[in-house]
Write a protein that binds this ligand. Sequence first.
Ligand code: F6P
Length: 346
Amino acid sequence: MGKPQRIGILTAGGDCPGINAAIRGVGKTAITKYGMEVIGFSSGFSGIINKEYEVLDEAKLSGILTLGGTILGTSREKPFKKNGNKGSDKPDRIKKHYKELGLDCLVCIGGNGTQKTAALLADEGLNVIGIPKTIDNDVFGTDFTFGFDSAVWIATEAIDRLHTTANSHKRIMVIELMGHTAGWLALYAGMAGGGDVILLPELGYDVQVVNRYLLDRAYKKKPYSIVVVAEGVEKPEEEPSAAGYVARMIEKGTRIETRTTILGYVQRGGSPSPMDRILATRFGTKAVDLIAQEKYGRMVNIVNNSTDSIPLNEVAGKLNLVPKKHSLINKARALDICMGDECHFS
Ligand code: F6P
């Protein structure tokens, strides 16, 4: 086999800021440093299943660094998911199209689901490289994913804005942040935004502990409180949202007027932060360096601020959750922030 000459790239799963910066990082490095040709599949794995793609030349890769979303489109297509009792023919279609298009490698930009699919495609014999992205920061094997820093900024700004309205009305404000089953976004934005209570799925919470803490703040003449809730915290199944449930329990238990904000998809939209642009670019160039070295079946990562890579089969099926003793949780406790499970009363 000669040097890799033609690579494909796709973006799958929920979008996030920084994907275009990663596409640009892959594309420009492949074209200018290694003289490769790059094609982009549309709408995640659907694009390679249906052979829908475009050539990404330098013109197409210009002016996209700062753009939110993904120029390729995305979907939550899972090609290995069984169709009832029948197996899926999608992995075979992917292999067929990979071969017909003369690809030397497929770069898969995505979160946990995408890395799992990438690992399965590697098991099927394709050359694959994964690039981790998500606002949830929950991909195993990397300290950070791009998208997370931008979402922390957006969520922090939202919390900042809640302080003034909460103060004016002397209310408790409950804000729900995304993160799927991980609490990274709530932890970071909660700390940066000065949340008084931060509830994470990893720690669990006791409403009575939270209420006692909030009543204690009121007793100390603190005019308002901000409660940051990760969307993945426990709630009764019939409850539509974690924050709505927590807010109701708080109002019932404290009799302090309480309002709810569910931040939603704005956390995923818009232009990436400078740190995400840089991380996505580092991941993109690293991915192509791996391809040039013909080191496949790996996901690029960042550990202790160094980019490296890890075998995809070590990543697949695992999650990066907030450790219960994470240093930021310890700092929060030192500041007397209530983490829902235990509080310090003076
Ligand atoms: O994984 C990113 C994320 O935004 C999660 O934080 C959230 O739970 C989920 O995606 C929402 O998914 P969808 O785009 O399918 O509504």
